[in-house]
Ligand binder design. Structure first.
Ligand code: INI
Length: 156
């Protein structure tokens, strides 16, 4: 007896992606964006099917993203940002609201939303995760979006 496995492939055709990108900490986020675009293109996405929407910071992401998700123009959304801990509780509010809002939109619309928002303690950790020794989390998020688009196309 063989086990039936359903999983999403890592190459995609005819899929529209929206990248929602925070301007805050742009020195890191622009590298996440470059990684995400590169990954999408190398895994089959057409440049004409990729849209970038810029927001001020991670706190504003849920509002823009909910509007985009509700419109239904995209097969997946990739959220890209960086929340870096400072000396105050600000980090917890911004990161918490961001992830909560994104998760709510994903469930509400049944739409893949990849979480490419770094939540780190130091600038060094952010740099490591945006194209240095810990990889590029923007590229990883984009790949998750590709996989989920393909998975949802297969699920009944
Ligand atoms: N926004 C971020 O995307 N990352 C951060 O690290 C950050 N910090 O630390 O303050 C941040 N703050 C701005 C926030 O997202 C809003 O844009 C701002 O509060 C205006 O609403």
């Amino acid at each position: 007896m063989s086990i039936k496995t359903i999983e999403g492939a890592l190459t995609v055709q005819n899929a529209r992606f929206c990248l929602v990108v925070a301007r805050f900490n742009s020195f890191v986020v622009e590298s996440l964006l470059a990684g995400a675009i590169d990954a999408l293109k190398r895994h089959g996405a057409d440049e004409a099917d990729i849209t970038i929407v810029r927001v001020p910071g991670a706190f504003e992401m849920p509002l823009a993203l909910e509007r985009i998700a509700a419109k239904g123009d995209y097969d997946a959304i990739v959220a890209l940002g960086a929340v870096i801990r400072g000396g105050t509780p600000h980090f917890d509010y911004v990161a918490g609201e961001c992830v909560k809002g994104l998760a709510q939109s994903m469930q509400k619309h049944g739409l893949p939303i990849a979480f490419g928002v770094l939540t780190v303690d130091t600038i060094e950790q952010a740099i490591e995760r945006s194209g240095a020794k810990a990889g590029n989390k923007g590229a990883e998020a984009a790949l998750s979006a590709v996989e989920m688009v393909n998975l949802l196309r297969q699920l009944p």
